[in-house]
Design a protein. Structure first.
Length: 266
């Protein structure tokens, strides 16, 4: 028997674009109640409207900057008060998707920028730790609740210019393994989903708005879509409570490895 998501509370960080936005729509299509966070409120509002149209039972959104501990505390307190005062059961958090993250720059270590390194480690690693610590008290034990962290193929494979991002996503892998050990016995499931090239705003952010450079990443190959990953998130959360999907590495067919990408020339 799979776990039904209808009416369950799902919290998604970084829901204003890409994978997080697609996840909001996909969980919404299952009738879930959504708590969305990110910094761009105008974009969150658009995502919330799309999720409502696809069938979300309720959608609320709030400013969240995962680099800032006060912002994380405030966001989770906001979420907790909505959940606790909900008109109907369940009054707890069923799914936490730690998705907020990204890369900044592609410089070799010799030319690396402190600001980029700090942003990547703050957002991808400390952000996941902070949101998880704050949200755990909202999650019920032995009820199929699930924490899903978004890692990356970059957490497995190194590539030139990826130092801080690869380190950050390897960090997400490790902290996910630690959490899986720590929560064993609580019934709270812990999962990491690690995508390869996925066409979102990721490359545009990495190259600081340089669209031409961002588009080159996917030239001649077929990347994953945000919806491909969202489908995997929903599938993992819908498994029966005794099934924990520990990890899923999902790559485009054209990407066998970081340095082995098939690109069509015609
Ligand atoms: P996008 O740039 O489209 O989305 C990133 C999301 O993270 C946005 O909603 C952004 O919202 C949010 N975000 C960034 N910084 C913060 C912050 N400080 N506080 C709160 N939210 C933040 O890229 P993706 O959808 O691709 O990225 C989602 C996740 O997937 C990331 O963790 C990324 O590392 C990972 N990933 C992406 C891959 C890809 O090829 N696209 C492959 C593997 C992993 P806002 O700016 O409004 O705050
Ligand atoms: C995003 C994929 O390969 O650009 O995590 O690092 S990659």
């Amino acid at each position: 028997m799979s776990l039904l998501l209808a009416g369950r509370w799902v919290m998604i960080t970084g829901a204003s674009s890409g994978i997080g936005a697609a996840a909001a729509v996909a969980f919404g299509a299952k009738g879930a109640r959504l708590l969305l966070g990110a910094r761009r409120l105008d974009r969150l509002e658009q995502v919330a409207n799309r999720a409502r149209i696809t069938g979300a039972a309720e959608v609320q959104f709030h400013f969240l900057d995962v680099r800032n501990p006060e912002s994380v505390t405030e966001f989770v307190q906001w979420a907790g008060s909505i959940i606790r005062s909900a008109a109907s059961e369940p009054r707890n958090l069923h799914v936490l998707v730690n998705n907020a993250g990204g890369a900044h720059g592609l410089d070799p270590v010799a030319d690396g920028k402190d600001e980029d390194w700090e942003t990547m480690l703050q957002t991808n690693v400390l952000g996941v730790l902070r949101v998880t610590r704050a949200a755990l008290p909202l999650m019920p034990q032995h009820a199929g609740a699930t924490i899903i962290n978004i890692g990356s193929v970059a957490g497995h494979e190194a590539y030139e210019g990826g130092s801080a991002y690869c380190a950050a996503k390897a960090g997400v892998r490790k902290l996910t393994e630690v959490l899986r050990l720590e929560l064993c016995g609580t019934g709270i499931r812990v999962c990491i989903i690690e995508p390869g090239f996925t066409r979102t705003e990721f490359a545009l952010v990495r190259f600081k708005g340089d669209a031409e450079r961002a588009n080159k990443v996917y030239e001649g190959m077929t990347p994953l879509t945000a919806e491909d990953i969202a489908e995997a998130l929903v599938w993992a959360a819908e498994r029966p409570p005794h099934v924990n999907i520990d990890q899923m590495l999902i790559k485009p067919t054209d990407q066998a490895a970081m340095h082995k990408i098939y690109r069509r020339t015609t």
